[in-house]
Write a protein that binds this ligand. Structure first.
Ligand code: VAH
Length: 314
């Protein structure tokens, strides 16, 4: 059976639905802190679970005979900067618990999301490689870097089958993102449709690595289905997707909504964005497990606007 933590989140809702399609609802247990909301997930079971409650997590894994865990519960970059100690605790300690459960053999395989936020000062801005020095300057990046090192440690020392991806900014329409620096690229679509204008908290020429959610879910499942012996990275795989600036995204949106206007008012998240790479080299993922992409900025923009118009009743 499969357990997803953070199942009501931006990745969690879509990953849960895809896992149900593949494995059947009776084999998928979704969990989250919030009350279950049926529109968000089609899992056979839902457990209201605080991932910090290690005894409850162990009990749920035992009761449902969980073999694979997608541990997605986390606080994103913006939110984490506002509550550093809590963000560190929540982003790292529950992961350690799942690594322990895997070491004991109670569960067999763990997926954990890292982020391009692990990169920071002192490296080139473009085409950042798999093995560059990690110098995160945000609490979120520090917690993800620490998580990656723990994953590598438990694999090397105890043979735990842990797999991870350094996600770029993720863009989707089904569930609003929560508190990320890249989430201007989600909000902009809602406001373009509802207001015809958007005030971006990231400056116009700040390029960041981005990925459409469909491609992120496909990549996650490709990695999890790959033969373990093919995987040469047990910290976390670079995944670059596409790279664009708010200005470039606004230009794409204008092709669909000609009257759309963008303005810029950078906030505290600009400094976070400035510390991150503009583009990523994900050749190792392509070699090890056949990473591919279906959506570029034009296809993504069309798909976002088409689906959001329906969702927003426009
Ligand atoms: C954030 N969307 O902005 C997340 C992600 C690379 C960015 O980690 O915090």
């Amino acid at each position: 059976k499969i357990l997803i933590t953070g199942a009501l989140g931006q990745i969690g809702t879509e990953l849960t639905n895809r896992l149900v399609e593949i494995h059947g609802a009776e084999n998928v247990i979704a969990s989250g802190l919030d009350r279950w909301d049926k529109k968000l997930t089609s899992a056979g079971f839902y457990e209201r679970m605080d991932v910090s409650n290690t005894q409850l997590v162990r009990q749920v894994c035992k009761d449902y005979e969980i073999t694979t865990v997608y541990h997605l519960a986390s606080l994103l970059s913006g939110t984490s900067e506002r509550q550093p100690q809590f963000a560190w605790k929540l982003n790292v300690e529950p992961l350690l618990n799942f690594l322990e459960l895997a070491k004991e053999g109670l569960i067999k395989k763990v997926f954990w999301p890292s982020s391009i936020a692990v990169f920071g000062k002192g490296i080139p801005k473009e085409n950042v490689g798999q093995d560059v020095v990690l110098n995160p300057t945000t609490v979120y990046g520090i917690s993800k870097m620490a998580g990656e090192k723990w994953c590598e440690y438990y694999h090397e020392k105890y043979g735990v089958d842990i797999r991870s991806i350094r996600y770029p900014g993720l863009i989707s329409w089904k569930t609003p993102a929560g508190g990320g620096t890249t989430d201007y690229a989600v909000e902009i679509f809602y406001e373009a449709i509802e207001e015809g204008k958007y005030k971006s908290f990231i400056s116009e020429n700040t390029a960041m690595p981005m990925l459409y959610m469909d491609d992120a879910i496909n990549a996650t499942l490709q990695l999890m289905d790959a033969p373990s012996e093919n995987l040469t990275v047990r910290s976390s795989y670079n995944l670059g997707g596409m790279s664009f600036t708010p200005k470039e995204l606004a230009t794409e949106i204008k092709k669909e909504i000609p009257e759309f206007e963008i303005s810029y008012e950078p906030d505290f998240r600009q400094a976070i964005a400035d510390s991150w790479p503009a583009s990523i080299d994900d050749s190792v993922a392509k070699k090890d497990w056949g990473l591919t992409y279906d959506f570029g900025i034009t296809e993504m923009t069309k798909d976002m606007i088409k689906n959001l118009k329906v969702k927003l009743g426009k």
